[in-house]
Design a protein. Structure first.
Length: 140
């Protein structure tokens, strides 16, 4: 599976995240990679909408992880502040890679790439011009 989508703004990026969760099964991991401001959290907000999460989804940077309850749990990890993959084990977050229930989405997944299970969906975000983004989804 490989798909490349050009989005014209945040709403389209959210819609893509919402569409993706319709294709996911429990226990899956979605790994997000891209520069600051490239749309990763916006994409997660769309995933939350697709799972009927009522809470507002924000960046998990300062918490490392948040779990949102909806149709199934959405575990939101942010590896931005992780300096070594072992840190996830130290704080007990390895159990979310993959999760027993729900789905896990990891922002800055390239920082812990060796911990992302095979068969996960990798989503790469690239700034184009203005609000446009090139988003590449690939299962690997």
């Amino acid at each position: 599976m490989e798909r490349v989508v050009i989005t014209a703004g945040p709403e389209e990026t959210q819609r893509l995240g919402e569409e993706l969760v319709g294709e996911l099964e429990e226990g899956e991991v979605v790994a997000l990679v891209g520069q600051l401001g490239s749309g990763k959290t916006t994409f997660v907000q769309g995933m939350a909408q697709g799972l009927f999460v009522k809470e507002r989804v924000t960046s998990a940077s300062f918490l490392l992880a948040r779990t949102y309850r909806g149709r199934m749990p959405l575990h939101h990890l942010d590896a931005y502040r992780i300096s070594a993959p072992e840190e996830l084990a130290e704080v007990g977050l390895l159990e979310l890679l993959p999760p027993e229930e729900g789905v896990t989405v990891v922002e800055w997944a390239d920082r812990i790439g060796d911990l992302i299970p095979p068969g996960s969906i990798w989503v790469h975000f690239e700034h184009l011009d203005g609000d446009r983004r090139r988003i590449t989804l690939r299962r690997r």
